[in-house]
Design a protein around this ligand. Structure first.
Ligand code: FE
Ligand code: CA
Length: 530
């Protein structure tokens, strides 16, 4: 007969409950209190009829000493419950020096609970060495996950020679294949940043490359199933297993063009809209390798955060959706109007803006990187009927805050500010000023806008449109609407961005080319073609 201490020791046993303890422990169940019986139920989940690791493994938010290891148990990923029983399940994790998993450096146990969709987040804060690769995997019952590879960041006071990473956005499942991730997996990257539209909330539509698995998603089960549909793509979870990711969202993880608690058409009661947001945010947390600070609190989830890649780069991951005031002009294109210039209008919200400012003035990094959603360049559209107008869903709709941020960066002499952007399904390279309409003012920052992974389907190069765009907006130095992503190589001397294009996303194995590269030299402003 076990007493409570022996039971606790059995549950704490690293690598799982040993067979001897397990057997005698199940045999003594009847006499144990309720909590122990629940844990015992967890221990009984020792066999699965199907692979519980259909969603792969992932890691994220590395620090110099730790990283988040992630998986989600889902033998039937497209079922509302992922094919899991409504019970907690014990999962063992291990992290090793080698891919064969023979030199284990740390291991432990997590309980995957039905409340969090049987997701597993191992939030390691210490015990790892800085600036090196590790391998990890999970065990549940007799099932073993694939081995993932991850990497810690350099020590905060180190000056690394190089950072090589990619940023991506907008991966509509129905409009294209994830060939971009197949190429990215060959790029030997230290990390990936995802800037949002990781899933799309819309219904299944006919006549596409592949199909969504439900009508428009609203419930927690809907959002879970949609994340599972996307993540069951082997090219996507294959890239997650290659290196750690920093993720942030845009609108489609919840609802198109949402702004705070306000829906696109303002036709949804804010209380109902926030209930839906709680579902969307919880499913997002469950699906991503995020730290405990990102556990949703009601309809809120703090996603803005930062990481130091030594003194080489400070990565400031922003959330330009959750705290926004409503878009001006009913979200339609507009000239930069009074509403956009209203000091009360905000993309970031006062708290995040203050955090961003404080992060920028305390940064010791050579490169200061804003990983965020929507285009900061105050571009006007160069298509007939829209001349002189800008997207009010992007930073021009919040021009007061946008210009104040650039002025802050300029006045505080923040070194080498770089803005990374998704959302717009096209590639741009922009030289940002306090007011981009004033070409004679000095350049303050550089913006690299990365196109979509798949959203919009096959795109094209756009030299004629670029000329029109450049004519109306001389700060725009490149435009293309091909599919793909941006690969960045960062050293203490320079920042190089390669625009990687996938020529056909409708068939597997589409041709991939590096279409254009720009370099920014440290200590200087301005984009130079390579
Ligand atoms: Fe998108
Ligand atoms: Ca978007």
């Amino acid at each position: 007969m076990f007493d409570r201490n022996q039971l606790a020791a059995a549950i704490r046993y690293e690598g799982g409950v040993s067979r001897r303890l397990f057997l005698s422990y199940t045999a003594s169940l009847a006499a144990l209190p309720l909590l122990a019986q629940r844990t015992a139920a967890a221990e009984r989940q020792v066999s699965f009829s199907a692979n519980p690791f259909t969603l792969g493994v992932a890691s994220g938010d590395p620090s110099a000493r730790g990283v988040v290891l992630w998986t989600r148990l889902a033998p039937k990923p497209l079922d509302p419950d992922g094919g899991m029983p409504p019970e907690p399940v014990t999962v063992n994790w291990e992290i090793a020096d080698d891919e064969a998993m023979t030199q284990i450096v740390r291991k432990g146990t997590r309980i995957a609970t039905p409340q969090l969709g049987h997701s597993v987040h191992v939030d390691l804060r210490s015990g790892l060495e800085p600036d090196r690769w590790y391998f990890y995997r999970f065990h549940v019952g007799d099932a073993v996950s694939p081995v993932g590879r991850t990497r810690t960041l350099p020590n905060p006071d180190a000056l690394p020679e190089k950072l090589k990473f990619a940023f991506a956005s907008c991966q509509h499942y129905e409009t294209g294949l994830y060939t971009a991730y197949e190429q990215m997996a060959r790029d030997d990257l230290d990390l990936v940043c995802h800037l949002g539209d990781y899933i799309y909330e819309g219904p299944a539509t006919q006549g596409k490359i592949r199909q969504h698995n439900s009508p428009e998603i609203k419930s927690l089960a809907d959002y879970r199933k949609r994340h599972a549909l996307y993540r069951s793509d082997p090219l996507l979870h294959g890239m997650h297993a290659k290196c750690p990711w920093f993720v942030t969202w845009d609108d489609h993880e919840f609802d198109n063009n949402c702004a705070g608690a306000i829906s696109e058409e303002k036709d949804v009661d804010p209380v109902a809209f926030l209930e839906r947001r709680a579902n969307a945010y919880q499913a997002y947390y469950e699906a991503m390798p995020l730290r405990r600070e990102q556990i949703p609190v009601g309809a809120d989830l703090q996603l803005y955060r930062k990481a130091s890649y030594g003194r080489l780069a400070e990565l400031l991951v922003l959330d330009a959706r959750q705290y926004r005031s409503d878009q001006p002009n009913g979200d339609k294109h507009s000239v930069i109007n009074e509403e956009a210039l209203n000091p009360q209008s905000t993309m970031l919200g006062a708290k995040q803006r203050g955090w961003l400012q404080s992060s920028l003035i305390t940064s010791q990094a050579t490169w200061n990187v804003l990983a965020q959603q929507v285009m900061m360049g105050m571009a006007t559209i160069a298509r007939s009927g829209l001349e002189g107008k800008s997207s009010m869903d992007q930073w021009p709709g919040y021009a007061y805050e946008r210009m104040a941020l650039m002025k802050f960066i300029q006045e505080r002499q923040v070194p080498n500010p770089i803005v990374l952007t998704g959302d717009i399904h096209s590639n741009w390279a922009n030289e940002l000023r306090v007011d981009d309409r004033k070409q004679d003012e000095p350049v303050v920052a550089t913006e690299f806008v990365g196109t979509s992974i798949s959203s919009g389907g096959n795109g094209k190069q756009t030299p004629e449109y670029f000329l029109l765009l450049h004519g109306a907006n001389p700060f725009v130095k490149y435009h293309s609407s091909e599919r793909g992503y941006v690969r960045c190589t960062v050293t203490p001397e320079s920042w190089t961005s390669d625009y990687v294009a996938v020529e056909d996303v409708t068939k597997p194995g589409g041709n991939v080319v590096t279409r254009m590269s720009f370099v920014v030299e440290a200590g200087k402003t301005g984009l130079n073609k390579v």
